[in-house]
Design a protein around this ligand. Structure first.
Ligand SMILES: *[C@@H]1O[C@H](CO)[C@@H](O)[C@H](O)[C@H]1NC(C)=O
Ligand SMILES: *[C@@H]1O[C@H](CO)[C@@H](O)[C@H](O)[C@H]1NC(C)=O
Length: 179
């Protein structure tokens, strides 16, 4: 085959991949592969250790609750940031969403690092936030002993939602510090 013929074949292959991707999106991924329980737990516990708070353990009951809520959201077609609501259940809860492309921008550990960026907003002396810090204070709340997370994907598997629930729910009032 001539050199020219080969490059033509390559271009055709690229076109097919592109067309297939836009028609069917990315392949399906199991929620657990987006949640990554072990790493998600490790990131939480590193952040807790920084402020001397005891580590969390993974809670299967709580994880099943989070995944069940994620499944409901997926079924309801909740696919925009603005549509996302808390589950309103008996747990503390953090939610995040991010795109898969152009590189992997969301997973359990990535969501946890994202919530952690609120740390400078929390003032321990006054127990107050400037801006948002509720996701961070949930991570470090010493009233919570365990967590479980779930996930779902939207937009042809390209947008990932992560839902983490915490048991027991932290007190989170003006008089109660997370640690
Ligand atoms: C997990 O959560 C349930 C409440 O949903 C609680 O009863 C149980 O004690 C928790 N387990 C751990 C290991 O924290
Ligand atoms: C959590 O932190 C508060 C405030 O520092 C402290 O009074 C309480 O004893 C701590 N609770 C646990 C379970 O560590």
């Amino acid at each position: 085959m001539s050199y020219f013929g080969e490059s033509f074949l390559v271009i055709l292959t690229f076109l097919c991949v592109f067309v297939t991707r836009s028609a069917y999106g990315l392949p399906k991924v199991r929620p657990i592969d987006d949640v990554q329980p072990r790493q998600t737990l490790a990131v939480h516990n590193k952040i807790r250790a920084e402020v001397g708070v005891a580590p969390l353990v993974w809670n299967k009951t709580v994880a099943a609750y989070a995944q069940n809520y994620a499944n409901k959201q997926a079924k309801a077609g909740v696919c925009q940031y603005s549509q996302m609501r808390h589950s309103g259940g008996p747990y503390g809860e953090n939610i995040a969403a991010g795109w898969v492309q152009p590189k992997d921008q969301m997973s359990g550990p990535i969501a946890t690092k994202f919530w952690y960026t609120e740390k400078p907003n929390y003032d321990h002396a006054t127990n107050k936030c400037k801006d948002t810090c509720g996701h961070y204070t949930q991570i470090v709340a010493n009233q919570s002993f365990s967590l479980g997370c779930g996930s779902f994907r939207c937009h042809d598997n390209e947008l990932i939602y992560i839902v983490c629930d915490y048991y027991p729910m932290p007190v989170g009032d003006a008089d109660t510090r997370p640690y």
